[in-house]
Design a protein around this ligand. Structure first.
Ligand SMILES: CC(C)(COP(=O)(O)OP(=O)(O)OC[C@H]1O[C@@H](n2cnc3c(N)ncnc32)[C@H](O)[C@@H]1OP(=O)(O)O)[C@@H](O)C(=O)NCCC(=O)NCCS
Length: 375
């Protein structure tokens, strides 16, 4: 008896094509289309949509993280035309190679039109088996939601107690049924641009007054100045220890100058402008805070807020607001077509959320952050 393809998806590792026109590149195009279908279904916008060239460049960057991708098809690739629509879903497994080698970051996405026929379950099983084969003992995953529910029946709270997800959300139910535990809820917020210039200048001036003369803002685009790169690497290491992680078993992830340069090069390869504003503590010459914005390769309209960090020992001086306003002012100058910035912050990260709310960011859904112990 032939297997019913509707219940037996064919799962194949994504080949990394040499370029976007290579004979096997249709699988990458199909994977990106599938992810974009899921993003549109979840968020109702294409703001966070992926772009094939950018994804190919991101997947080539495997020095610090092994990036495995699997795609689900109805039949083996060679059994049909090279049509991206044949890709029904995909799984992600990112495996850190230097720190946090006990864990990995997983994801399963199925095109809305092909859900409910076992594709998600099959991709999930493959990811778990692969993570085990790589010796991982825990995994993390996210479930996205366009609106965070009010407290009440039918909601789940994470181990931090802050934030909620709907228990009947398909992604939530999918992970909960498979033994994952909800360890954190992250709020997504969007800032509509342009911010009124006098309002932004007012926040910047108030932050500069509170910070005082000991702190100076430095900004760069694409490449950190050589004299600051070791310190910038240290800040990125501290991002892994100082940002709230809820109940997720994530440990220190050490950065050095070479890794900073590799990450910068990947943004260049992805065609994504990368802008940093940082605070320098003048008495010591130390870099003590930073924030970064990353623009899309294909449109000016939407901008990703990347990391923001103020070292613990320099908190309470409004440095978060200082660097954020400096980067927003720069963005307004160099990318006047920007209309929205999206950011993600842990619900328990009250100080960061307060800065964003003061700047005018509005809640726009978020994610549940989940963990599975593989035993
Ligand atoms: C979650 C997701 C991957 C599931 O994909 P799928 O192919 O529909 O999954 P399956 O067909 O294997 O079914 C998964 C579960 O949904 C149930 N289901 C099937 N049809 C359903 C329907 N119409 N409505 C709700 N649940 C349904 C299945 O019974 C199964 O239940 P189980 O968890 O108890 O086993 C998919 O909804 C998706 O891509 N969501 C967005 C991304 C996401 O949230 N991913 C999960 C976190 S990484």
């Amino acid at each position: 008896m032939t297997a019913d393809p509707r219940t037996a998806p064919v799962l194949v590792p994504l080949p990394l094509p040499t370029d976007l026109d290579a004979p096997d590149a249709w699988l990458l195009h199909g994977m990106v289309d599938a992810v974009n279908d899921v993003l549109l279904d979840t968020w109702g916008t294409r703001d966070e949509a992926r772009v094939a060239g950018e994804q190919l460049a991101a997947l080539r960057d495997q020095e610090y993280v092994t990036r495995l991708r699997f795609v689900a098809l109805d039949a083996p690739p060679e059994a049909g035309p090279p049509d991206p629509a044949r890709v029904l879903g995909r799984a992600v497994l990112d495996l850190p190679r230097q720190d946090n080698t006990h864990t990995g970051s997983a994801g399963v996405e199925v095109r809305p039109a092909h859900r409910g026929r076992g594709i998600g379950a099959a991709l999930h099983d493959l990811v778990i088996a692969t993570a085990r084969a790589h010796g991982r003992s825990t995994l993390t995953a996210s479930s996205d939601h366009a609106a965070e529910p009010d407290a009440g029946p039918g909601t789940l709270a994470p181990s931090t107690g802050t934030g909620r997800v709907r228990a009947d959300d398909r992604g939530v139910a999918f992970l909960a049924h498979r033994g994952w535990t909800l360890e954190q809820v992250v709020r997504r917020s969007v800032l509509d641009l342009p911010v009124d210039a006098p309002v932004l200048a007012g926040h910047a001036a108030a932050a500069a007054r509170a910070a005082g003369p000991d702190y100076r803002v430095v900004r760069w685009e694409a490449r950190c100045p050589d004299e600051l790169v070791d310190q910038f690497a240290h800040l990125q290491t501290r991002m892994s220890t100082d940002a709230p992680k809820g109940g997720l078993d994530l440990r220190e992830d050490v950065w050095d100058a070479a890794r900073v340069r590799a990450a910068e090069q990947t943004y260049v390869d992805r065609g994504m402008p990368y802008r940093v504003a940082a605070a320098l503590h003048q008495p010591t010459g130390d870099l003590v805070a930073y924030t970064s914005l990353v623009s899309r390769p294909d449109s000016d309209e939407f901008v990703f807020q990347d990391d923001t960090l103020v070292l613990r020992e320099h908190r309470g001086h409004r440095l978060g607001m200082l660097v954020k306003t400096a980067n927003l002012a720069r963005l307004a100058e160099v990318q006047p077509g920007a209309r929205r910035i999206g950011t993600w912050n842990a619900e328990e990260n009250a100080h960061m959320l307060a800065i964003n709310v003061a700047l005018g960011f509005r809640p726009a859904g978020g994610s549940g952050e989940w963990q599975l112990r593989l035993g």
